[in-house]
Design a protein around this ligand. Structure first.
Ligand SMILES: *Cc1c(COP(=O)(O)O)cnc(C)c1O
Length: 392
């Protein structure tokens, strides 16, 4: 009973890679300068480190360094992209297209814009969680200024036809934003080839620290602008004021560098371990995998277990950290007590509440996969047995 708990919730956040921590440490004490204090050496050192990180972050999505704005979180990046673009391009139109399975920070932002008079189309998804590019095309109006569709989903892992949607937006001269938080460091991203104008991602989901994230803002063909949401002394080309979190940005840069070096091999390892877990868990009767069978993140596994509630399993299995389909409640997004993503793919409340999300990570071992599979199998059986006895 003395084994350490297993972390199988890598879609929520990831541990900091020890190499990332090593890169960060000097920037708390020795190199503590303010990156905006360019009058002295302390500031120069901090600024230089930030610019190296910016280069790595830009390279991950094949952007230019000057197109990267550092923020505090993907939530902030998404708010800046959606609200910032809506404000600037309002004179061209007031219609925004997004999808039902987006993160709450996207849905919350468009809902706020709706209250300010914007028209918002929330596209449905198919039973695997995919948006159809054809639906995007049909939703365009003369007034459409922005499309925001995530690259991959945080609950069911489904990968969207990002390049196809990007191409349609290019054709129409409509801005395309994508929340690449779950795919950054896993799927290759090329902002030019994929027709992306605005793109968000965050450090803490790719083995970097919390408190650093990026927004890519296209600077050519065409040059995009977003309206400032954080006014101040003019950091980040005036787009996002506030003293930069230098240690976190340095860590973010290092995390990106590591991800780029081994993306393919690491994906192979994630994929193998995820499939191992999936194969074991599907041996339990009354189980079904959610998300796309093939167009899915290599580390994602969302499974519904008929007749048991996800939160019951989680409580009974406190040494394995997973996430339930009832998580991510937000008052802004619907009023049901289960995930809007599972609702969007057509699961009823009962099935959605019986869903668990597993997220395999860089540091997950085969032994942890085996242990998790065994614990879930035994816990589900126990709960089902108890429920049956209770029903007699
Ligand atoms: C985690 C997540 C976010 C929010 O990221 P933070 O950096 O924690 O604000 C946004 N979108 C998706 C898809 C996510 O998975």
């Amino acid at each position: 009973m003395s084994r350490p708990p297993v972390y199988m919730d890598n879609h929520s956040t990831t541990p900091v890679d020890p190499r990332v921590l090593d890169a960060m440490l000097p920037f708390f004490t020795e190199h503590f300068g303010n990156a905006a204090s360019v009058q002295h050496r302390f500031g120069w050192i901090a600024k230089e480190a930030v610019e190296i990180a910016r280069k790595h972050v830009a390279a991950l999505v094949r952007a230019q360094s000057k197109e990267i704005v550092f923020t505090s979180s993907a939530t902030e990046s998404n708010n800046l992209a959606i609200k910032g673009a809506a404000e600037v391009y309002r004179s061209k139109g007031n219609h925004i297209i997004t999808a039902a399975t987006e993160h709450q920070c996207i849905l919350g932002s468009v809902r706020m814009l709706q209250q300010q008079g914007f028209d918002v189309t929330i596209l449905p998804v198919d039973r695997y969680g995919r948006v159809s590019a054809e639906d995007v095309r049909k939703a365009f109006t003369e007034r459409t200024i922005l499309v925001s569709v995530m690259t991959a989903n945080n609950e069911i892992g489904t990968i969207q036809p990002t390049a196809e949607i990007g191409a349609l937006c290019k054709e129409r001269g409509v801005l395309f934003h994508t929340d690449a938080t779950q795919s950054a460091g896993k799927l290759p991203i090329d902002v030019d080839a994929m027709g992306i104008d605005l793109l968000s991602f965050t450090s803490h989901k790719m083995y970097g620290p919390k408190g650093a994230a990026a927004l890519f803002v296209r600077s050519r063909d065409p040059r995009i602008s977003v309206a400032v949401q954080m006014h101040g002394a003019g950091h980040e080309h005036g787009l996002r004021s506030g003293t930069l979190n230098v240690p976190a940005i340095v860590g973010f840069g290092k995390a990106v560098q590591i991800a780029m070096e081994r993306m393919e091999e690491e994906n192979g390892e994630l994929f193998r371990r995820r499939n191992m877990l999936q194969e074991r868990l599907l041996r339990i009767p009354g189980t079904a995998v959610n998300g796309h069978p093939t167009e899915r993140l290599p580390n994602n596994l969302s499974i519904s277990f008929s007749g048991v509630r996800g939160d019951q399993v989680m409580t009974a299995m406190s040494d394995v950290a997973v996430s339930a389909g009832s998580a991510c409640l937000s008052e802004e997004v619907g009023d049901s007590d289960y995930s809007h993503v599972l609702q969007a793919i057509g699961l009823n409340g009962g099935t959605a509440r019986s869903t668990l999300r597993f997220g395999v990570g860089r540091f997950t071992t085969d032994e942890e996969i085996e242990y998790t599979a065994a614990r879930v199998t035994e816990t589900v059986a126990q709960i089902r047995e108890r429920t049956m006895i209770g029903a007699v």
